[in-house]
Design a protein. Structure first.
Length: 496
């Protein structure tokens, strides 16, 4: 007997390796010549972003930028600031045997500190963790039909990461202050970006951003003022293997910033040029379905099968919503006046169907001794998605924020944000890639009707396979409506 078989190709991207890579960054920074010596450091913060990566010879090469912001006072208690920009790279071994296609890299800063070496030099250290997922292209074939035998077909509903990568967006904005305000020096500045919209059409992804620049400066009357400049940016990114059902998870952060004061036609310093770069990290998730054969048998013959085992993210559920939460932050010093405030989502993970995010708040303020001070504190944001304790991933984007001083040293941060998330169950699946005919069974003296004592939960398919008969005959003979035995019962098993 010759088996009449049909096949189809299956191609998908599999998460072949997930791991965390920890590494430290150490920088030595010297003040520019035009700035005064350091008398006291108010704050020194560092932000790191992945700007690019490459995969070559089973190595993942991560490239990024570190932006260091220094705010300090000189010996006259005049506030000054400067920024430093450093490039860094990290090479990571990929241990997977499969050829990697792309990676999804999320970078987070576990902690940072600094040391003042002398009045013109500081050493800065940051401990980083890169959460890395390596994806490999799996190409195989599966058996779709074997006309001589009975086949058990299953529909796989699963998530597939179709693409991931990085892109960069440059910006150059000029801020014009009022004519009667001049800039003596910049005290503090930051630029933060909020994701506005993402659209994917014909292998092009449009990312729209709302950007906010906060500039605290000392005017010519030696008074500190603050100016907020808002603008919009967009970037079109080529994405491969686009699927109409794909969903994009995008993270954006400012990787570099440079401020330059400019004079107007009257030689008054009331302009600020803001030059910088935004790193965009994206991941495309698609819901996919495949029909595969998980088992097969030929009545009265032995058969051998080739099987392939894969691990899938099955039964996916997507979430998208916006909400507002209030978080409390406490300073060790009394806060008399807040000069600047900046919230950042520093980490976002899903654990047992709960989104957990760290909100890092940086505050520049005057204490009760009129000294310029700062503090940073993290608080956890928690969002319950469902009660099933599933795995998943998520993304949170800040839309807007405001704050209220409560008491002498407490800040109530009101955070308006949006989140996207997906949950799934890890499922190991085996399917047939081929089937081969073996020897004809010797004992074919099977009665036309056999009594079988079935247990609750037994699969009718397995019973039919055991007795070399047709599952549909068993179901019709016993008036069964489902393929699983619901209660203990005696079955009449027709022979073939």
């Amino acid at each position: 007997m010759e088996l009449c078989k049909e096949y189809k190709p299956i191609c998908f991207y599999e998460n072949s390796q997930s791991f965390c890579e920890n590494f430290d960054l150490d920088f030595q920074e010297n003040l520019p010549q035009y700035l005064d010596d350091i008398e006291r450091i108010v704050k020194c913060s560092i932000e790191c972003a992945v700007t690019n990566y490459s995969i070559h010879d089973n190595k993942l090469n991560i490239h990024g930028k570190a932006s260091i912001t220094l705010c300090y006072v000189n010996n006259e208690e005049c506030a000054l600031s400067t920024t430093f920009e450093e490039d860094f790279s990290k090479s990571v071994d990929i241990k997977s045997n499969d050829k990697p296609s792309f990676a999804n890299v999320k970078l987070r800063c576990k902690y940072s500190n600094f040391r003042l070496i002398n009045q013109r030099r500081i050493d800065v250290c940051a401990s980083l963790c890169a959460d890395i997922c390596i994806y490999s292209s799996i190409e195989t074939r599966c058996l779709t039909n074997c006309k001589n035998s009975f086949v058990k077909e299953s529909k796989l509903d699963f998530l597939e990461t179709r693409d991931a990568g990085t892109s960069n967006l440059d910006f150059d904005e000029t801020v014009i202050l009022s004519a009667d305000s001049q800039i003596k020096n910049i005290v503090n500045s930051y630029v933060t970006c909020f994701l506005d919209d993402v659209k994917i059409v014909k292998e092009k992804m449009l990312v729209k951003l709302n950007v906010q620049a906060s500039i605290v400066y000392l005017n010519d009357d030696n008074c500190i003022e603050k100016y907020i400049h808002k603008f919009s940016l967009s970037k079109i990114i080529d994405v491969k293997d686009f699927d109409g059902e794909s969903k994009a998870f995008v993270n954006c952060c400012v990787s570099s910033i440079y401020l330059k004061t400019l004079s107007n036609e009257d030689n008054a310093l009331n302009k600020i040029e803001i030059i910088g770069n935004i790193a965009i990290n994206y991941c495309l998730i698609s819901q996919k379905q495949e029909n595969v054969i998980t088992d097969s048998y030929l009545p009265h013959y032995d058969t051998n099968s080739d099987l392939t085992k894969i691990t899938l993210k099955s039964n996916p559920i997507f979430y998208s919503d916006s909400r507002t939460d209030e978080l409390m932050f406490t300073s060790e010093k009394n806060i008399i006046e807040v000069l600047d405030i900046k919230p950042v989502i520093s980490e976002c993970v899903v654990s047992e169907s709960v989104i957990k995010a760290n909100v890092l708040l940086s505050v520049l303020f005057y204490d009760d001794n009129s000294r310029l001070c700062s503090f940073e504190e993290s608080q956890e944001l928690s969002i319950l998605l469902n009660d099933y304790k599933c795995c998943g991933d998520s993304n949170i984007n800040i839309i807007s924020f405001d704050y209220i001083l409560k008491g002498s040293n407490e800040i109530a941060l009101r955070l308006n944000y949006s989140y996207t998330a997906y949950l799934y169950e890890i499922k190991n699946v085996e399917f047939l890639t081929d089937i081969y005919l073996g020897e004809e069974k010797e004992d074919l003296n099977i009665p036309e009707l056999t009594l079988y004592f079935a247990d609750k939960g037994e699969d009718v398919w397995n019973i039919a396979k055991k007795f070399s008969t047709d599952m549909s005959l068993i179901m019709r003979e016993n008036s069964l409506s489902t393929e699983t035995i619901e209660n203990k019962m005696v079955l009449l098993v027709p022979g073939m």
